[in-house]
Write a protein that binds this ligand. Structure first.
Ligand SMILES: [Zn+2]
Length: 208
């Protein structure tokens, strides 16, 4: 893809939007009021808005390698803080995807330089669930399961944050774990028992 075409595409996109609604951009510029925070992978095949069929203004998005929520990551923590406290989103989604390069890399013992500390967070997920994972003989299935367990652990990291606990107590907020199956294009809800995790987490991590 030639980068010059992006500006042509952008012109077409602006025209398309204005054809449907002449006030589209002036309305968009008034502010955002999304109900959902989406935390997903940077993978170019997992497009957040497009796969959910949502329009600009509907979802607040954060993406990084392997949809991680490390509690020392200022970027992820700021996004969660802003979404929960100021945008007052009703839902926070952590969306992983099968065939995730980040998760795959974490499953191999390889020195990947600056990526090491980042991927170590996924290796910690493997360690936490190693019994279940080691019992899965098929490597492809084990890899897929680690993707799911990583989503679950990142949901727990979201729930551990003070802002989410406060939002849960004060106005209700829900955390969802999803996986995008690149092979079929389908979004899968892992149906993580949010309230049970919340109770357990609050017992240990309650902040006020
Ligand atoms: Zn990925």
């Amino acid at each position: 893809m030639d980068i010059i075409y992006i500006f042509e595409k952008n012109k077409e996109w602006v025209q398309d939007k204005l054809r449907i609604d002449p006030n589209y951009f002036s309305n968009l510029s008034k502010g955002q009021n999304p109900d959902i925070l989406y935390i997903g992978c940077s993978d170019s095949r997992v497009t957040a808005e497009e796969l959910m069929g949502v329009a600009p203004g509907e979802v607040f998005v954060h993406r990084n390698i392997a949809n991680m929520v490390p509690n020392t990551d200022l970027s992820a923590m700021s996004v969660i803080d802003y979404a929960a406290l100021h945008l007052k989103v009703k839902h926070i989604v952590v969306c992983g995807h099968y065939y995730c390069g980040g998760v795959k890399a974490a499953m191999q013992s390889q020195d990947l330089g600056i990526l090491n500390p980042w991927l170590r967070n996924i290796r910690d997920v493997y360690r936490t669930h190693r019994k279940e994972l080691n019992d899965i003989k098929d490597e492809d299935q084990r890899y897929k399961r680690l993707v799911e367990l990583n989503v679950q652990e990142q949901c727990i990291n979201v729930i551990k944050t003070a802002e989410v606990q406060r939002a849960y107590r004060d106005r209700g907020i829900t955390v969802h774990g999803w996986v995008f199956d690149i092979h079929s294009g389908k979004l899968i809800d892992l149906k993580i028992d949010f309230s049970e995790i919340m109770e357990n987490v609050m017992e240990i991590y309650r902040l006020d």
